[in-house]
Design a protein around this ligand. Structure first.
Ligand SMILES: Nc1ncnc2c1ncn2[C@@H]1O[C@H](COP(=O)(O)OP(=O)(O)OP(=O)(O)O)[C@@H](O)[C@H]1O
Ligand SMILES: [Mg+2]
Length: 302
């Protein structure tokens, strides 16, 4: 059984905007799926379709074989969701919120409290357990909403920008937790994010969206093969022969595109034979960021 299936999934909003356009994706249980794409690509719309908050205009989607629009309760029992605007109650404490959301899933208060304490510990929020939500910062709310999404021990987590508004340390904690949930508890994760470096660390597969269409899908290795094969050779040398096609990125720093490591010895030999001194050399495979910018045709700024 697939954890997630999108089958020709399309959604056109009432204003005529086709936000999701014939998307096909199959995810196995235990995958950490990075759903990437620029603003307006259709990521949130897809998550809403997978949570039964929207109904497809064409095609279909399932979560563990359940159609979320037809069986929202069954789908919700299996899914935890963190969106950008999580609804929680300002007048209640962090723990009261967790116990309340636990009760919606039929979990008794003492069980919710026990699970809640463990989650808050992991998210480094124990100190704010009895603080009213009104006094929480954005980052604290974001982490509490992750705890809320996990209170009923879902099989799949939908995370729509779970680290937006978090400082780098908290964002790293959340990413570590996502990784642990998948690797130790076998939870499937569907993660919409713009943080490509973190995504590359924790995701097992990726889907790249633009203007409602799925541009590419697969593991990092398959995306590398399909989209930017080869690697970048970074060389620090006093000088480099003109016959080597390379980009001069900084004084004494050069970059060459090569297809395999086999080419490196000949390149080094050429530099040395022409009187150049080599200080440093490294070959790098394309990163997720390289693939993303290559596909979306946008200029890389870093
Ligand atoms: N309720 C709505 N009615 C009409 N159009 C909408 C609605 N919600 C979203 N859209 C449009 O659908 C497209 C996809 O939006 P969506 O929110 O799914 O993108 P996204 O990939 O999540 O973007 P972001 O990275 O900014 O979160 C956008 O053009 C957006 O303006
Ligand atoms: Mg979005």
């Amino acid at each position: 059984m697939n954890a997630v299936t999108l089958n020709g999934l399309s959604k056109t909003y009432s204003n005529g905007k086709k936000a999701v356009d014939s998307v096909n994706i199959c995810l196995s249980a235990g995958e950490v799926f990075g759903f990437l794409g620029p603003n307006g690509a259709g990521k949130t719309t897809t998550v809403k379709l997978l949570n039964g908050m929207l109904t497809p205009t064409e095609g279909s989607c399932t979560v563990f074989d359940i159609n979320p629009a037809a069986n929202p309760q069954k789908a919700h029992a299996l899914s935890g969701v963190v969106t950008e605007h999580a609804q929680m109650y300002d007048a209640m404490t962090g723990m009261e919120n967790l116990v309340f959301y636990g009760s919606l899933y039929g979990i008794n208060p003492s069980e919710s409290e026990e699970r809640g304490k463990a989650l808050l510990r992991e998210l480094e929020l124990t100190y704010a357990e009895n603080q009213k939500l009104a006094s929480y910062s954005t980052g604290m709310r974001q982490r509490l909403s992750l705890a809320r999404a996990l209170i009923h021990q879902p099989r799949i987590l939908f995370l729509d920008e779970p680290t937006s508004g978090l400082d780098p340390e908290s964002a790293q904690n959340v990413h570590r937790m996502i990784h642990r949930l998948a690797s130790e508890h076998g939870i499937t994760v569907f993660l919409c994010t713009h943080q490509l470096r973190y995504a590359q660390e924790i995701c097992t597969r990726y889907g790249l969206m633009e203007e409602g269409r799925l541009l590419a899908e697969g593991t990092l290795d398959t995306l590398r093969l399909q989209i930017c094969s080869g690697m970048t050779l970074k060389v620090k040398a006093s000088r480099i022969p003109e016959t080597l096609l390379c980009k001069n990125t900084a004084p004494g720093a050069f970059e060459l595109q090569i297809q395999s490591e086999e080419e490196i010895p000949a390149i080094v030999r050429k530099i040395v034979e022409q009187g150049g001194d080599v200080y440093h050399i490294s070959a790098e495979l394309p990163s997720l960021e390289d693939i993303y910018f290559h596909l979306t045709g946008k200029e890389q700024t870093t």
